[in-house]
Every structure is written in structure tokens, then in C-alpha cells.
Write a protein that binds this ligand. Sequence first.
Ligand SMILES: NC(=O)c1ccc[n+]([C@@H]2O[C@H](COP(=O)([O-])OP(=O)(O)OC[C@H]3O[C@@H](n4cnc5c(N)ncnc54)[C@H](O)[C@@H]3O)[C@@H](O)[C@H]2O)c1
Length: 409
Amino acid sequence: MKQPRPRSLTASPLAGNRSIQRRAFLEKVGAGALAAAMAGGWAERNLAAEAAGGGKPWQPVSDRKVRVGIVGYGVCRFGADFGFQNHPNVEVVAVSDLFADRRDGLMKACRCGKAYESLEVLVKDPKIEAVFVATDAPSHARHCMEALRHGKHVMTAVPATWGSIEQGEELLETVKKTGLKYMMAETSCYHAACHAMRQIYRAGGFGRLVYSEGEYFHYSTTPIGSYKNWRAGSPPLWYPTHSTAYYVGVTGHRFTSVSCAGFRGKFDASQPGIDQYQNPFTDEFALFQTSEGGVSRMCMSKSVQGHVDETGRVYGERGSMEGLRYTGAMETLPDLGRPPLPPGVPEGGHGGSHGLLMHEFISSILENREPLVNIYAALSMTVPGIVAHQSALKDGETLKIPQYRAPAA
Ligand SMILES: NC(=O)c1ccc[n+]([C@@H]2O[C@H](COP(=O)([O-])OP(=O)(O)OC[C@H]3O[C@@H](n4cnc5c(N)ncnc54)[C@H](O)[C@@H]3O)[C@@H](O)[C@H]2O)c1
């Protein structure tokens, strides 16, 4: 992590004598020792080796196969990309997409012999017990509710709900009523760094987070296609979860209020489709208050030339971390390796998160427990972005954020 540099040691109007003195001082003590002294004696530690894990083998918990249906093979080919077809505890019973060529592609990619013309038909198949919803974002909540009401567990691509808090809460009621598993496949949650931050946070290596940042930059020279053009001109922070995972997915805590500002870029906002959202912004930067009493800056940005990144950093009372570099008071860190995958299951895309998300969902069914990103976590990563966009439309007015918490066990 970049060390914060005291004002007196940064480029100063008093350069000259002072900079010569500084150079001499640095040469004498060494830059690393100085950084450690400035951080209160704790040197920065690179945790790449710890995060790579000790190669623990996967241990099966059951020999049963969960019977899965997979829906959606659009621009991102997401239906086949999480490796359900490679998991020893999964049988892919059927797939679906509205387009025949995509259905064929998905059947082939999942080595599955059966396809239905829509999700609405697929969920009527009594053999299927769990559905992966990889459809367009505006349909996620509705599709998940359709699957749940037909008695199926669901894993959904992000976000949980598209711009509608009401629909998100209807989804929450449906999950509660059915008692089935619901998981949002937020990819940042299983980035090596975010996973390691979560373990260190839980073990007390950060204390309360004073400040955190999460960001999703996605510049593209051409607009990314989508079913019914849902991406064109969409409010940036309606798609907040790659960023918000770097607070909610690390701490389990919540955002309580927000003030947000938007940038009116030319790109994307000028594409056809803008009118469907009445959204003027291509980029949004939100400042949240957190339930720990801290502050968090989260953004979704499409206009920064050439910049594509999904990352975050955390700063706590006992330590801080960016990427896999930790500086802090905790000497013996917990196990930081990500869970092992069954043989033949690829880690997949987005920082090797796809396979882990799918494995977590299947494991939650086999072990009859809550998955990592359950409905409460999913809404707590998604809804704050919707409120942030409302704030940006009101020139940054501070708005309260609804709270979603699992009932105490
Ligand atoms: N890092 C990430 O987590 C990440 C990255 C990329 C995409 N995504 C998410 O993945 C999802 C899919 O992305 P995409 O770019 O492929 O979307 P897309 O809009 O290109 O494709 C959606 C597909 O869903 C199908 N569909 C819609 N309604 C259906 C129905 N009722 N029955 C059957 N099929 C139906 C459409 O025919 C289409 O092929 C999106 O929600 C997106 O937000 C997440």
C-alpha cells in the first residue's frame, strides 16, 4: 500500500535545503524503516503468498448432485461461465435463453441435452431444484422471484434489483416466505484481496473501518450490447456491487446515508437509449456514512479514458490494506487462502471468482446454510447505489439508506 506521506516530506514550497536534508536522512535510515516508523512501527506486508493458499485439497461434503437449470447466454455468455457443468455435485438438467442460437450455444457449453424457450417455462420443470439467473439486469429480481415461487433455490448475476427498491424488498419477502437459498454472484466478493480483507477484518486486524473505497471503472470505446439495450445510458450506481462489495463484503456492516455527485460525460449518455432512464450521468461518486461510524467512497465510472478496473481498499483503526498489501497491528494473520475448488472446476473470470461463487452456492444447498452473499448482503450492496443515484439527481442531498439485516439466529 502507498504510505501516506506527511505534508512536511512531500514536495514542498520550501524545497532546496530541506530536500537535501531529507535525502541524507533517507539514505541514513532507509526508506523502508522510515515508512515503518511513520506507520507506528508496522511495516507493510505483501500477502500474495498467504492469499495463494496452502493448496488445501477440496473435501466433498456429499455425493448428491444438485439438479440445476441455467438461464441466460447473452453478450457476456454468463450462463456457462461459472462452471456449474464441471462441478461433481451438479447435474445441469436444462438451460434456457429467449434466442434459439443462444440456447444451442448454452446447451453445447454446458454439455446439456435439454433447453426451454424461456425461464418462465424452465421453472415449471419439477426435476430442477436450483436456477442460475444470468439474464439481463432489469429482469433479475422478477426472474428470481419466479424461480423461488416455483420452489427453486436461486443464484443471480448482479445486481439484485435494477433501480427499484420496492422490487428488491418484494424479492426479500419472497426469499423469507419460501425459505429457499438466494445468492447474488458478486464477483468482487471473491477477489483474492477482498477475500483476504474479509478474513483479516473478521479476525480483528483492521478494527473498525474509518474509511474505505471501492471502485468500478469501465471505459469502453464502443457501447457494450445488451438485451433490449438495458446498458445504454443506465444510471452508473444502479450497478454498484463491484464497488460496494469492498465495504459490505468485507465487514458485513451497512451504509446508512449517502451524498453523491455525478459527471455528465459525452460518452454513452449520448447513445440512443438514454431516454429510457432520464439519466444525465456517465459516472457517479458516492460518499456513504457507515454503520460503524466510518465513511466510504464508492464509484461507478465509464468516462475515464482507457480505465477498466474493479478494486478497493480499506483503512481501519488497527490496520489498512490495498490489494494484497497489509499494514497493521495484527502479527499473526488468519488463513487468507480462498476455499479450494473440486478438481476440474476452473476458477473462471473476474479475478478467479466465478468458480468460487458457484461452489459457495452449491455448498450452501448441500450444507443447508446461508450462502456468503445472501439476500440481506445482496440488497445491502445494491440498494445504496440506487439511493446514491437519487442523491446525485438532487445535487448531492444527503439521503437515508434502508437497512437489511438477517434476523438474529
Ligand atoms: N462481474 C460481473 O459480475 C458481471 C459481468 C458481466 C455481466 N454481469 C451480469 O450478467 C448478466 C448477463 O449479462 P449479459 O451481458 O450476458 O446480458 P445480456 O443483456 O446480453 O443478455 C441477457 C440474456 O438473457 C436472456 N433472457 C432474458 N429474459 C429471458 C427469459 N425470460 N428467459 C430466458 N432467457 C432470457 C436474453 O435472451 C439474453 O440473451 C447481467 O445481468 C450483467 O449485469 C455481471
